[in-house]
Design a protein around this ligand. Structure first.
Ligand code: ADP
Ligand code: MG
Length: 332
């Protein structure tokens, strides 16, 4: 139920809502498994035989997760769907459908809201994902919640608990670029470069999941809260000790000159890069390298040294080995 403009409430029919939904309703569905999409009380889908359904949800709130000072509605739509797709990638799942709940201030026009959906559709098109429903309510600030649905073969899930002794620890892409881009935007809202783009339009690493579907076992997590946090989650879920080396962490050459303490914050404790961090056996690491070569940067950054009831992450920086806490703070 939506009351965007109360004056359009005519004869029990919220005309405005009807018009808006007609505008965002897809004219066709990319997945033939959508039996009924937008237009009834609920969507109906037929997930493919033999697969498990993977579900993730993410919310972004105006002035908490995004600000119109630095981003357009189109970017915001893109980013919130990217965050959701990243969660599916981190489970090894292929995305299928998404549903969008929005709480919208009455000052928004349909055109503005359609921009939000166009941003989502840029990604949805690329990964063949279908918008199958949602809900619309009015509120004082814009709040967007997306739920995504994906499929995975039962033996190809990539759980955080799957790390074992001797595994290679790896990460896709470079670290800290989105946070660096955000800081650049704060000093110049009009700046547009690789880093600001990484903040506004992060790439969910669906490609990695697809390229590595032949790997038998991987633990995987997406970097939404910072590398330190994600590695600790893997260590805890797997009851394992992880050792990583500062010098091995992939950093963009243009960030190399940043002051070390600031760089550590970017690389270890800033989120929303939406890269993937994971572990696999040394043997399968060779296969991952082969499958991703010339397509996607994947860097080995350390090892799982043992399974232990006291899970821990250690960071070695300039020959000094320290505990790496979830926050990114490290001490000896
Ligand atoms: P109901 O009142 O039965 O909950 P609505 O009138 O809210 O139904 O929605 C009608 C259709 O439009 C449903 O298919 C619903 O999933 C879809 N829908 C409503 N709001 C949105 C939205 N913001 N984004 C995408 N689909 C939406
Ligand atoms: Mg209904």
């Amino acid at each position: 139920m939506l009351l965007l403009k109360k004056d359009l409430f005519i004869g029990g029919v919220v005309l405005k809502e009807f018009e808006f939904i007609e505008k965002i309703k897809p004219s066709y569905y990319r997945n033939s498994s959508v039996i009924k999409g937008i237009g009834d009380d609920a969507a109906v889908v037929k997930p493919p035989n033999g697969y498990e359904l993977v579900i993730a949800s993410d919310t972004m709130v105006e002035n908490v997760h995004f600000s119109f000072e630095y981003m357009q509605l189109r970017d915001i739509g893109f980013r919130v769907l990217a965050a959701n797709l990243s969660d599916l990638a981190a489970m090894g799942a292929t995305p299928l459908y998404y549903a969008v709940n929005i709480a919208v201030p009455s000052t928004y026009s349909d055109e503005q809201l359609i921009d939000l959906y166009l941003g989502m559709d840029e990604l949805a098109k690329k990964y063949k994902v279908d918008l199958i429903g949602g809900d619309t309510v009015s509120a004082n600030e814009l709040v967007i919640t997306i739920s995504v649905f994906g499929k995975v073969l039962p033996n190809k899930k990539r759980l955080r608990s799957y790390a074992i002794t001797n595994d290679i620890v790896f990460v896709t892409g470079n670290l800290g670029e989105a946070a660096y881009g955000y800081d650049l935007l704060k000093s110049d809202v009009l700046l547009e470069n690789h880093f600001t783009d990484r903040h506004k339009r992060p790439t969910p690493r669906i490609d990695f999941t697809e390229l590595t579907d032949s790997i038998s076992r991987m633990s995987l997590n997406d970097v939404s809260d910072g590398l330190a946090s994600e590695l600790n989650e893997i260590a805890e879920a797997s009851n394992a000790v992880i050792e990583i080396n500062w010098d091995d962490l992939p950093v963009h050459s243009k960030m190399a000159s940043i002051d070390t303490e600031q760089l550590k914050k970017y690389v270890l404790s800033s989120g929303e890069d939406f890269e993937l961090v994971g572990t696999c056996s040394p043997k399968e690491w060779d296969l991952i390298k082969e499958k991703t070569s010339n397509k996607l940067q994947v860097t080995p950054i350390g090892k799982v040294t043992e399974e232990s009831n006291t899970p821990e992450v250690f960071l070695t920086i300039k020959n000094s080995r320290t505990i790496l806490h979830k926050s990114g703070y490290s001490h000896g």
